[in-house]
Design a protein around this ligand. Structure first.
Ligand SMILES: Cc1ncc(C[n+]2csc(CCOP(=O)(O)OP(=O)(O)O)c2C)c(N)n1
Length: 513
């Protein structure tokens, strides 16, 4: 058995069944091993940002990591932005990077780079395999490391001789390390604040606290104490729709966020961090939370926040409550393609169990209110602010959640970063509906110009304009095997969305907004 074969067998023993890849020469033995050993679904991405973003989306839905397979330092570098997004989402990823043979590295051949250094920025676990005999054990350790709560990118660098040499040994799965629980004092402190009551108590949820069980517990606590419940600005995965507590997110725009969080006196963090603004702006605050607010940590992101919410609810004696009533399903939108009309149509038509991959950027800010009473769904955000995450995330989510429709709410500028995702969706016949929000601008940056106090001229405005030439999305998608159509009104959108939901495979709807 060679090293590559021991690696594949060991990944399988540790429960890894999907590999997103864009290989090169140094990965050929790994690829050949995948041929000989059944059990791993291999998915080709035509750019490493697709590979890494898909691994992120996959694990958010599957609850376990996929492997990537990338080519040397430069292949990793191409995938770094979406590994950064995965790091911010605390997604487990087993990031495998083939590299120069150990004895070839000193020759400084063209693709030789600081692979370890580049990997270190996106995850706390980086290892370079040194011996064929321990490659299997390295793989098991990488899976274990990726799953350390709350989840992380674990990079295993694989010099090609450790792949092709004989003498590989298959490693058994390592035990999953337990998720630390909150200390009693953390629960007591939060309970004391909630018991005392009064205005301005805010429970801020992040991480797994936004999954179904955490939200139900937050609903119990809110019903019993009257505290406000809100979510972090961007989240890996949030359970939403009928019967689930509808929570807003801390807004992106600083002034709007400051207004939304005004009056916060006691901020209780459950798997969340204290909100900070994306950027500093001249004469604006760096956090939306008032300076005099007190911060209490019910559960740190790496602690089990659901269990902490449960202990808190029990300590407070919060009675069981009926599931929240979010009202009736929205009606489909009519007329112009306003954010509200688009959101209402998505909310009206999405089937039960839909996964929303949200990279709607500036157009999507009203989407939450109009989808809270939709069928039950999960909402995934691009978490690290690195655009180009949406389409790969949708692609990976469709593989991680088979049988569920993925709707990708996708701004056009961000889409162009990783547009090759459409090709993978077509090849894998994935049930992804891309709602392409075509404003032909970097709209958000126009707002940012004003926020930083800049006075734009012609050149500055040209840098935010995606027209000239206009991108022909139906033709672009069609060229990659994805059926597509365009509309400029809400009725047309509803027709196309219905059509896409009825058929299997990917579909792209360009909305001229
Ligand atoms: C990797 C990366 N590159 C550049 C940026 C800067 N950036 C933020 S938003 C944006 C434009 C987004 O445009 P689009 O996706 O069309 O959304 P819109 O603003 O039109 O809603 C850019 C270039 C970024 N956040 N991440």
């Amino acid at each position: 058995m060679n090293g590559a074969e021991s690696l594949v067998h060991s990944l399988l023993k540790s429960g890894v069944t999907t590999c997103f890849t864009n290989p090169g020469t140094s990965e050929m033995h790994f690829v050949a091993a995948l041929d000989r050993i059944p059990g791993i679904h291999c998915v080709l991405g035509l750019f490493e940002g697709v590979v890494t973003g898909a691994a992120d989306g996959y694990a958010r839905m599957a609850g376990k990591p996929a492997a990537t397979l990338l080519h040397c330092g430069p292949g990793l570098a191409n995938g770094l932005a979406n590994l950064h997004n995965a790091r911010r989402a605390a997604t487990p990823v087993v990031n495998i990077v083939g590299d120069q043979a150990t004895y070839h590295r000193p020759l400084d051949a063209p693709l030789t780079a600081d692979t370890e250094g580049w990997a270190r920025g996106v995850g706390g676990w980086v290892r370079t395999a040194t011996d064929v005999k321990t490659v299997g054990a390295d793989a098991a350790a990488a899976v274990q490391a990726a799953m350390i709560a709350p989840g992380q990118v674990a990079t295993l660098i694989l010099p090609s001789d450790t792949s092709w040499n004989d003498g590989g040994i298959v490693a058994e799965a390592l035990p999953r390390l337990p998720t630390p629980t909150a200390a009693p004092a953390q629960i007591e402190e939060a309970a004391a604040i909630l018991r005392r009551g009064g205005d301005g108590i805010v429970l801020l949820l992040g991480g797994v606290a936004l999954h179904e069980k955490g939200l139900a517990l937050a609903h119990r606590i809110q019903s019993a104490t009257g505290c406000r419940v809100i979510a972090q600005g961007s989240n890996a995965r949030m359970a939403r729709g009928q019967g689930r507590l509808a929570v807003e997110r801390v807004p992106y725009v600083v002034d709007v966020a400051v207004k939304a969080m005004a009056g916060t006196k006691q901020l209780i963090l459950a798997g969340a961090r204290k909100p900070v603004t994306f950027f500093a702006y001249p004469n604006k605050p760096q956090s939306s939370i008032p300076d005099d607010a007190e911060i209490h940590v019910l559960a740190r992101p790496e602690q089990d926040s659901t269990e902490a919410l449960e202990r808190l609810a029990d300590m407070l004696g919060c009675p069981k409550v009926a599931a929240p009533d979010n009202g009736s399903r929205p009606e489909i939108g009519r007329g112009a393609l306003t954010p509200e009309a688009v959101a209402a149509t998505v909310g009206a038509l999405m089937p039960d169990g839909t996964v929303i991959a949200d990279e709607s950027v500036s157009f999507g800010r009203g989407f939450f209110a109009n989808t809270k009473a939709a069928a039950q769904h999960d909402w995934l955000n691009v978490t690290g602010g690195a655009i180009g995450g949406g389409m790969p995330m949708a692609t990976g989510a469709a593989i991680g959640a088979p049988g569920r429709r993925v709707i990708n709410l996708q701004a056009d500028g961000s889409a162009m970063y990783t547009v090759q995702s459409l090709w993978t969706q077509a090849r894998e016949k994935l049930d992804v509906t891309t709602v392409l929000l075509s404003n032909r601008k970097y709209q958000i940056l126009l707002g940012e110009l004003a926020n930083v106090g800049a006075n734009p001229g012609r050149t500055a405005l040209d840098m935010m304009d995606l027209g000239n030439p206009d991108i022909d999305w139906p033709r672009l998608a069609g060229s990659m095997g994805v059926e597509a159509a365009r509309t400029d009104n809400a009725e047309g959108f509803a027709d196309l969305l219905r059509q896409s939901l009825k058929q299997s495979g990917p579909f792209l709807i360009e909305l001229l907004i």
